[in-house]
Design a protein around this ligand. Structure first.
Ligand SMILES: *[C@@H]1O[C@H](CO)[C@@H](O)[C@H](O)[C@H]1NC(C)=O
Ligand SMILES: *[C@@H]1O[C@H](CO)[C@@H](O)[C@H](O)[C@H]1NC(C)=O
Ligand SMILES: *[C@@H]1O[C@H](CO)[C@@H](O)[C@H](O)[C@H]1NC(C)=O
Ligand SMILES: *[C@@H]1O[C@H](CO)[C@@H](O)[C@H](O)[C@H]1NC(C)=O
Ligand SMILES: *[C@@H]1O[C@H](CO)[C@@H](O)[C@H](O)[C@H]1NC(C)=O
Length: 426
């Protein structure tokens, strides 16, 4: 009995350790040569795509190479360039020099976006004469623009970080139309969110969304079925001010494509947020399933209609009901980012059980894959800390310290975890 319990504990510990296996942002944080590259990884959220892969090679550019690459590019284009520099296989220096017949075609993250036509998301690695290893697009006749420069970091068979001399590009990689020219109403209607589109236009909230699109916006658009749900409160009874708030609640003032939503922790502010945790929501993810939890209801993220950095539009299965409008309960505890942890003592205990009548499920304990584990899942990750982009390089030294601390914490927690389990087994 006890032994099996300990075994489970050990397994959980190992699972926790591997779930947060690598953090490319933290790895590059102390490296002043790659600050520009690193800040674009965060701004475009390619870092989250990289971290979600267990076998990956990241080709990084120095600040000089990066600044000439980004000179005239939109964020969406930069995102694609970074994805093409991320190979979905493990290449260290040794492997680069021992390719079968000196050349290999490998898949990049860009190939997984669905935007790559044909095999344009593949990268040709060739061991040139003279010992130079070069990288090129798989496009016919592509030039070898990038050559291997040096090793940056290495976690055998999982993550390799290599410096290369330049980007990998091909004609047509850049120049995607930008989101600010997209017709949001039209997109929403075509994605089966006609009712939401109608409300957004008639309430004038569309203008608020558009104003946010240049900076960063994640729109959570309920589909038409969501408005037909039996337990949906009568929205026509809302005052127009409350309707505006409800629609603002369906938008986040940051860029969170699905891979980034999946790893978002804590309470996330919406356009309706007033501070002190009011009108925030949280994310619950299980495998590929991502849901938003308002405290009153949960809504699954169904599909992504538009992902054009820094704007993303997801459709969701239910209307998001903020407790402030529909709960009849006081606003949720602002600090309660880990549902598992005991809620901080509060003067007005927000009786979590009896809430709105339409509520189906009780609040889930916490995503099953963040087990008893540790203080490792840094509780200081408040939404306000999420990288917003442009201020990134100003706070470098602070970030370095924080990263080192976080990495240290994670290590310590893992070590402690293993130690406890081993001690228990003895
Ligand atoms: C990765 O590290 C950075 C700091 O270097 C931190 O801000 C970020 O939250 C970390 N990401 C994850 C998923 O732990
Ligand atoms: C490292 O790679 C191996 C082989 O691909 C995989 O089984 C393992 O889960 C990876 N480990 C981590 C921590 O991602
Ligand atoms: C960037 O655009 C400016 C003005 O449009 C142009 O003068 C410059 O040559 C361009 N630079 C590159 C590297 O394409
Ligand atoms: C990589 O490109 C070179 C030069 O175009 C070509 O000779 C080689 O066959 C390509 N390798 C692969 C694996 O396609
Ligand atoms: C956007 O699309 C909607 C619906 O198709 C249309 O009514 C509207 O005129 C369009 N707006 C612009 C600015 O093109």
């Amino acid at each position: 009995m006890a032994a099996s319990g300990h075994l489970i504990l050990l397994v959980l510990c190992l699972a926790a350790a591997s779930a947060s296996a690598h953090n490319i942002t933290a790895i590059l944080d102390g490296r002043s040569d790659y600050t520009l590259y690193n800040s674009y990884l965060s701004e475009t959220k390619v870092c989250d795509e990289i971290n979600s892969r267990s076998t990956v090679t990241v080709l990084v550019l120095t600040n000089g190479a990066m600044s000439s690459l980004v000179a005239n590019l939109s964020l969406a284009d930069i995102k694609n360039a970074l994805r093409l520099l991320t190979l979905l296989d493990y290449f260290d220096e040794k492997k680069l020099h021992s390719l079968d017949s000196g050349s290999e075609l490998t898949t990049s993250l860009y190939q997984t976006t669905g935007e790559a036509s044909g095999n344009m998301g593949h990268v040709n690695i060739t061991d040139l004469r003279g010992g130079k290893v070069a990288f090129a697009s798989a496009a016919p006749g592509a030039k070898f623009q990038a050559t291997y420069a040096q090793r940056v970091a290495e976690f055998p068979s999982n993550l390799s970080v290599l410096e290369v001399t330049g980007p990998i590009t091909f004609p047509g990689l850049f120049g995607a139309p930008s989101a600010s020219s997209a017709n949001v109403t039209d997109l929403l209607e075509k994605a089966g969110c006609k009712q939401f589109a109608r409300l957004v236009v008639s309430s004038g909230v569309l203008k608020m969304y558009q104003a946010a699109m240049d900076k960063a916006l994640t729109l959570l658009a309920p589909n038409d079925d969501a408005f037909k749900a039996k337990d949906l409160p009568d929205l026509t009874k809302l005052t127009s001010a409350d309707l505006v708030t409800l629609l603002q609640y369906h938008a986040l003032p940051q860029y969170l494509p699905k891979a980034s939503l999946k790893v978002a922790t804590g309470r996330i502010p919406t356009l309706a947020s007033t501070g002190a945790g009011k009108y925030d929501l949280s994310v619950v993810s299980r495998g590929d399933d991502v849901s938003l939890d308002t405290g009153v209801d949960k809504s699954r993220v169904a599909s992504t209609v538009l992902d054009d950095t820094p704007t993303v539009i997801h459709t969701v299965d239910s209307v998001l009901l903020p407790p402030e409008l529909f709960g009849g309960a006081p606003s949720p505890a602002p600090a309660a980012d880990m549902p598992a942890s005991a809620p901080a003592p509060e003067s007005s205990a927000p009786a979590p059980a009896p809430k709105a009548a339409g509520k189906k499920k009780k609040k889930a304990k916490s995503p099953s894959h963040s087990p008893p584990a540790p203080p490792a899942d840094s509780p200081d990750m408040s939404p306000a800390d999420a990288p917003t982009g442009d201020a990134a390089d100003k706070t470098d030294s602070k970030k370095n310290a924080a990263a080192a601390a976080a990495a240290g914490l994670r290590l310590a927690a893992t070590a402690a975890c293993v130690a406890v389990a081993v001690a228990a087994l003895l």
